[in-house]
Design a protein around this ligand. Sequence first.
Ligand SMILES: [Fe+2]
Length: 306
Amino acid sequence: MKSTPRQHALRKPYDGKSKDYQSWKTCRLQLHDKSHSTDTEPCLLSSSLTDPADRSALGSLCASVRNHGYARYQWSDKPAEVIKAVEQLNTALSLTLHDPGVVQAGGGLSLLEDKSGTDQGSFIPYTSRAMGWHTDGYYNDTAHTLRSFTLHCINPAASGGELSLLDYELILIALYDEDPELVRLLCDPQSMMLPANRDSLGHDRPDRHAAVFFINADGQLGARFTTRTQNISWRTEDTLAAAQRMAELIADNSHWHQTVRLEAGQGVITRNILHRRQAFTDDESCPRRQMLRGRYTQAPEFNARS
Ligand SMILES: [Fe+2]
């Protein structure tokens, strides 16, 4: 059956044509150029957040996440209890409403490590395999849209495991530059369909539909996307073609990719932007790769007066 053409548009300043959009686009591209011309060293924080400099560092972290999509931090000391310290940091950034993963470590965090050969290892984050570009929780219902994810490195892999990040705001600009119709197709609330999933690990969701680009309740742009082709279908052939073009623009604009290798005691706070993971190898001569991941329905915020 031929689908009815539908018109879906984003509000200002993300509408692709207004003066507000032109100003936002100029500003966003300048922010990217600036982040490339200045060194983006991780913010230094004490793991207890008791150092007087921590408050301004937390404010800088949030500003960087808002402007660039992500920020890195590094602890200046080693905490006695790493899970508690990560939970405390995320709570200080107003990240409290979490979306638990398959392997829960406590504090609303998931422990990502290679669990191949176990039930959990049937999920790609819990393996050593590469993961393609995606946003976390693209299959969640609207009420549980993920606004942020965090990763804290307990141990890096012996080799590999680098994380590449790319702000979807830049990809929206690239799509508009090519053809605004691509954006309209990807803003359809039914542009992607994620089939129902039920398993013994507690996943239980019906078929879901979602838009790739949408506006959150606070007026900020949000996105859901995956380059996976399994367990996803696109509304029409035109929608599929738009999604494929978006995947090509993500791959082709490698100057927008930010690749980080997290070392022990380092982490990232993100706006749930596009990211991918390289495959990694653990080595018996050193501790296995372990990352604590948090996923939240809130965007990071720091209240300097609290
Ligand atoms: Fe992810």
